[in-house]
Design a protein around this ligand. Structure first.
Ligand code: HEM
Length: 182
């Protein structure tokens, strides 16, 4: 009974998180469109600022989620602790990581097209690494589903190692875009 109450609360809080996320995205799209039409010449720095803010949010989530898995592995299946981890993981994925990835891609591709015409070795390498990062994102999203269904079989050590992959990709991506070595 208590557990089904907890599940009910989790579902309704996920619904609220989705509503907040949708409102956030709509507000961002409207403000961006306004800026684009009112001052197109000043759009580049704003697009870059929004891109960097989205990157920070995406990376924060991508670094935190596997860390949650490390602790979740040790929580007994069906325990309050395990159910709490499920809610935290789902909210982090749907409320932050997914929308942040979409905004990063949209503004990153706009910058790549408008400012650089998709030219430059550094840009091609960067997009390649971001595709890899997006694949890791997909893998972590699949893991959230498995943990939610109590089907994870990977040990804590696996998630500790996975935790390092976004870090390494982030370092390489930032060096490529700032230093532009080739
Ligand atoms: C989703 C695909 C992405 C594309 C197509 C993309 C493309 C770009 C482009 C064209 C710029 C402008 C560079 C300039 O003005 O010199 C930029 C800026 C930047 N991007 Fe991305 N990006 C993507 C994702 C990412 C990711 C995942 C990260 C970090 C992990 C990142 C970090 C940055 C940073 C830090 C800047 C500012 C660089 C500066 O002003 O010197 N980007 N991005």
């Amino acid at each position: 009974m208590a557990q089904s109450n907890n599940r009910g609360k989790a579902v309704s809080s996920t619904g609220q998180a989705m509503v907040r996320m949708t409102i956030g995205i709509v507000v961002l799209v409207v403000l961006t469109a306004l800026l684009f039409f009112v001052a197109p010449e000043g759009f580049y720095p704003w697009a870059k600022a929004i891109h960097i803010l989205a990157v920070i949010s995406w990376m924060a989530g991508m670094l935190y989620l596997p860390r949650l898995f490390v602790y979740h592995v040790d929580a007994e299946k069906g325990s309050v602790q395990s159910e709490t981890f499920k809610v935290m993981e789902r909210r982090l994925l749907r409320g932050i990581i997914n929308p942040a990835m979409i905004v990063t891609w949209v503004f990153g591709l706009w910058l790549a097209w408008k400012i650089f015409g998709f030219q430059g070795g550094w840009l091609h390498a960067k997009i390649g690494l971001v595709l890899l990062l997006s694949a890791v994102h997909g893998y972590l999203a699949g893991a959230v589903r498995k943990f939610a269904e109590d089907r994870n079989e990977k040990p804590a050590r696996h998630w500790r190692i996975v935790n390092e992959i976004p870090t390494l990709l982030m370092i390489a991506i930032v060096i490529l875009v700032v230093v532009k070595p080739f």
